[in-house]
Design a protein around this ligand. Structure first.
Ligand code: CP
Ligand code: NVA
Length: 323
């Protein structure tokens, strides 16, 4: 990816539609674009990177990843920045105030500017369409670090965690309790490709996006939607929850707090799952709301393993897209 003053980058990215063997130079906007084999490869590479980090310490030498944020972050910012540094490259953090994505400058123009300086763009956005538009106009890979629709890096890290703890993925039952949100969507899409059964318990009106559910089912995924947390959790291998109010929905917080109360993951609910069932949460958690302290701190809680694995899976993603 060398630049010259006289020959600015005009490299075209590969079309996102047709399934490709290699993901080099591609965007990662959602798991929908990935095949089961590509996801399995990323999980395998992440395990290698985790086991032998030094082997990869110069793999992205001289490369820069722009980190574009419209929303706050701890894990995503820290893991992408540290990940790039551990691979020999660098990260450039650009705050919402600095960029004014779509206000100070149009999304296509931001994408075209950044493409002249950096080798990849990671973006956390409100509207999913923003990351789609960035990808359309950037000539370097664009990675979705969370949109209102999906959170693909989170789900990939979570499947790495689940596999580490359970030794396999196919045949596991994953229960989601709470809001049918961006994290649910990426877990559903991944589950369909990895042979994981997903049960999703939400209040009426807060079910996951029907198009995402349908696509997962059409891809062979086993999905059960319910409004009863006990039904979703019964005999599950892992129980997953997330905040009741996602970033951007703050005006609904009080209504949601009332409505979601029966969906709290507490000791009583966890006892309906398998005895060794894992507790999972993408974090940040609101203890006392969607999850109790008791469950967060229980021996079966793997929430900090999930946070750690964001680093390893994202290093695998960066190696795959940017090498
Ligand atoms: N789970 C996650 O994406 O965390 P941040 O919002 O802190 O990045
Ligand atoms: N669903 C949450 C996830 C945060 C990592 C949100 O979008 O705010």
């Amino acid at each position: 990816m060398r630049r010259s003053k006289t020959a600015p980058r005009t490299r075209r990215k590969k079309a996102a539609s047709a399934p490709k063997k290699s993901l080099s130079g591609c965007d990662l906007l959602s798991l929908q674009e990935l095949t089961a084999a590509q996801i399995t490869h990323l999980l395998k590479l992440a395990a290698q990177v985790k086991a032998q980090p030094k082997k990869f310490r110069r793999a992205l030498e001289g490369k820069t990843l722009a980190l574009l944020f419209e929303k706050p972050s701890l894990r995503t910012r820290a893991t992408f920045q540290i990940g790039m540094e551990q691979l020999g490259g660098r990260a450039l953090y650009l705050s919402p105030q600095e960029i004014g994505l779509g206000t100070r400058e149009s999304v296509p123009d931001v994408a075209r500017n950044l493409s002249r300086w950096v080798d990849g763009i990671m973006a956390r956005v409100f509207a999913h369409q923003t990351v789609v538009e960035l990808a359309e106009h950037a000539s370097v890979p664009v990675i979705n670090g969370l949109s209102d629709l999906v959170h693909p890096c989170q789900a990939l890290g979570d499947y790495l965690t689940l596999r580490e703890h359970k030794g396999k993925l196919a045949g596991l039952a994953l229960a989601w309790v709470g809001d049918g949100n961006n994290v649910t969507h990426s877990l559903l899409t991944g589950a369909a490709r990895l042979g994981v059964e997903m049960r999703v318990a939400t209040p009426p009106g807060y079910e996951p996006n029907p198009a995402v559910v349908k696509a997962a089912q059409q891809a062979g995924g086993r999905v059960r939607l319910t409004h009863d947390p006990a039904e979703a959790v019964a005999g599950a291998d892992a129980v997953y929850t997330d905040v009741w109010t996602s970033m951007g929905q703050e005006a609904e917080a009080e209504t949601r707090r009332q409505l979601f109360r029966p969906y709290q993951v507490n000791g009583e609910l966890m006892r309906r799952a398998k005895p060794q069932a894992l507790f999972m949460h993408c974090l940040p958690a609101h203890r006392g709301e969607e999850v109790t302290d008791e469950v967060m701190e229980s021996p079966n809680s793997v929430v900090f393993d999930q946070a750690e694995n964001r680093l390893h899976i994202q290093k695998a993603i960066l190696l795959t897209l940017m090498s």
